[in-house]
Design a protein around this ligand. Structure first.
Ligand SMILES: [Zn+2]
Length: 113
């Protein structure tokens, strides 16, 4: 069994094949099997608020006060975040912030240093 790629639209893992297409049952997205869908997580380009391409290991600053889910902590504007890791999903940056710990950020709210 080969592993089917996750849906590029919603990251669902319940993709199934139909002819030469992949279909996502969760959001009804369809895309061709040929092409780079299989490497989508590697070839996906994540950009910061200024349109600069982000990569694993980059340092960024936060451009907007961000509430930390499930706590009263706030990541302030200008907070420096080192050694980010790009991940799939709505919040596409995995990182560790001094004084807060591991959390996820949205690339649209950061700026590459
Ligand atoms: Zn989907």
């Amino acid at each position: 069994m080969s592993t089917l790629p996750p849906c590029p639209a919603c990251a669902s893992e319940f993709t199934y094949e139909d002819g030469s297409m992949y279909i996502c049952p969760e959001c009804a997205h369809e895309w061709p099997q040929d092409g780079s869908a299989e490497d989508s997580s590697d070839s996906r380009v994540i950009k910061d608020a200024n349109g600069n391409v982000l990569q694993d290991g980059d340092s960024v600053t936060v451009i907007k006060d961000l509430k930390v889910k499930g706590s009263s902590l706030v990541v302030k504007v200008g907070t420096k975040v080192k050694n980010i890791r790009l991940v799939d999903g709505d919040h596409d940056i995995d990182c560790k912030i001094d004084g807060i710990g591991a959390m996820k950020l949205k690339s649209e709210f950061v700026k590459k240093i």
